[in-house]
Design a protein around this ligand. Structure first.
Ligand SMILES: [Cu+2]
Length: 148
């Protein structure tokens, strides 16, 4: 019985250890690894609330990551052109990201943190944004289709 209690203590202390926040890299590509022009790679990522995401411009073309839609209470961001930016994802939900210079060319990405509590609103905003695009109109939709 004593052994069992000891194990309970060990297991409980493991469970209560703080989970380390992870960093995720999203690369901003003038030419994507699949040959497509002006893409975020990956264009969809799922992270945990508290994680951070680093947007890394891999080729210079004025790439500027900014959030066009965030969960309520989240802080919007905008990078300087061709400059890496790390943002902390501290609110649960779906984030829509665009490259400021290439947003009409479909350079977009979706971040999901935890549960997609604002998915319907995100879909609506994505549809509005996609309506202004000359190419890549389906990229938001494809990325949002991966949200679960
Ligand atoms: Cu760009």
């Amino acid at each position: 019985m004593k052994t069992l209690n000891l194990w309970s203590v060990v297991i409980l202390s493991c469970l209560s250890l703080p989970v380390l926040a992870a960093n995720h890299e999203v690369r901003m590509m003038t030419k994507g690894s699949d040959g497509q022009a002006l893409v975020f790679e990956p264009s969809y990522i799922k992270v945990a609330v508290g994680d951070s995401v680093t947007f890394n411009p891999m080729q210079k073309a004025g790439h500027t990551s900014y959030s066009v839609f965030e969960p309520v209470g989240a802080t919007p961001w905008q990078a300087k052109p061709d400059t890496p930016l790390t943002v902390k994802i501290d609110k649960e939900g779906v984030y829509l990201v665009e490259c400021f210079v290439h947003k009409t060319l479909g350079m977009v990405a979706v971040i999901q943190a935890g549960k997609p509590v604002n998915l319907e609103a995100a879909r609506q905003k994505a549809a509005e944004e996609s309506a202004h695009m000359m190419v890549g109109k389906d990229r938001f939709e494809k990325a949002l289709a991966q949200v679960k």
